[in-house]
Design a protein around this ligand. Structure first.
Ligand code: KG4
Ligand code: ZN
Length: 333
């Protein structure tokens, strides 16, 4: 008999629901909140209110698209954390009540682990063990995924995340939030002619706060000379910043691959949607003999399909949560 799981993701500013039947994703509906754009960043209170409005229609759409009724579900999965507490509460409470009314089990999922497990949605999946550079708005880490799907963090950011570096740069040059996709687009039209420093961080850890300050001072100085500097050079600024963020990420990933002797290499998380990073990974793969894996665009940014995939593995192991479970803004990996 096939196992049908509904998964809910509400950790930040996207309300998403997906249905997985065995290991096949049958639907993945994402409602992205536009309201934060005018504030230049996610407003937590507005996010949780918007989740409350969207959650029911999004779940209904996911069930309809998968052509199943709620009575056929075997379990309901949800993102427990990490994320914004007010946003998480909406998804967790909804999942718990719906499961209670249907008398079926619930499965809690770690958002960052789910980003990594998104690699199992499509075939071929990476062979175990593999490395995953997980780059999102709140996290930047190199994860080793072991034979039993357990995960070890080999390196992580000491300050800002890679996505934050994109978003904060965007704010400085007047791009809408989230700036990552806008910088990506502008970078294609520009040349990486401005040189920003690469931080010297030991081991496999990352740092992006020095880059942020360097960009701020660079822009301040150039704007003093020419108040139109940003407007006239926006594509080159984007290309330069993006190229430095990518080189920081790729140099550590190459180091991790060398140290671990693993050549199954993947990227995940919102920043893995970046076309420059995707190209660099493919290029490095060819040069270094890696097998590289990049999730389909819709499985890079926040989505419930990855929560459903993680839940599929947990269901197989019988790892269910109790009704006393609570959301966690910070959740150990
Ligand atoms: O994983 P995600 O959707 O949400 C979190 O869990 O944080 O990642 C969101 C981040 C944002 O910082 C956004 O600017 C960045 O991913 N992002 C991108 C691109 N698309 C999204 N960054 C660079 N290039 C992109 N194409
Ligand atoms: Zn995420």
């Amino acid at each position: 008999m096939s196992i049908k799981i509904l998964a809910i993701e509400s950790s930040c500013d996207d309300t998403s629901a997906a249905v997985i039947i065995d290991d096949n994703i049958c639907s993945n509906v994402v409602s992205t909140q536009e309201i934060h754009e005018k504030y230049g960043g996610v407003v937590p209170e507005a996010a949780s209110r918007q989740h409350q409005i969207s959650i029911l229609p999004v779940i209904k759409a996911a069930l309809d698209k998968a052509e199943i009724s709620k009575k056929e579900l075997d379990a309901i999965a949800f993102t427990r954390g990490p994320g914004l507490l007010g946003s998480l509460i909406v998804g967790v409470s909804f999942a718990k009540s719906m499961a209670m009314s249907l008398n079926i089990p619930i499965i809690e999922v770690h958002h960052m682990k789910a980003h990594v497990l998104a690699h199992f949605i499509e075939k071929p999946a990476p062979q175990l063990p593999f490395l995953c550079l997980t780059v999102s708005g709140g996290h930047t880490q190199i994860v080793k995924v072991n034979e039993d799907l357990s995960m070890d963090i080999l390196g992580k950011t000491l300050d800002d995340a890679a996505g934050e570096a994109f978003d904060k740069t965007g704010k400085m040059i007047g791009l809408p939030y989230p700036a990552g996709p806008h910088i990506d687009k502008a970078a294609k039209l520009g040349e990486a002619k401005f040189d920003f420093p690469e931080p010297k961080v030991p081991g496999l850890d990352f740092s992006f706060s020095g880059l942020k300050t360097a960009i701020l001072y660079f822009l301040r100085d150039r704007m003093k000379e020419d108040p139109q500097f940003i407007v006239n050079n926006i594509n080159d600024i984007c290309a330069s910043v993006q190229s430095r963020i990518i080189s920081i990420l790729m140099n550590k990933l190459k180091k991790a691959a060398k140290q671990s002797g693993i050549s199954e290499i993947s990227i995940a998380g919102g920043v893995s949607a970046n076309s420059g990073l995707r190209d660099e990974l493919t290029k490095a793969g060819k040069e270094l003999g890696w097998n590289t894996y990049i999730p389909k665009f819709e499985y890079c940014t926040d989505n419930a399909a990855m929560i459903a995939m993680a839940a599929h593995f947990k269901y197989q192991k019988g790892e269910f949560a109790g009704q006393d479970i609570t959301p966690a803004a910070r959740l150990p990996f």
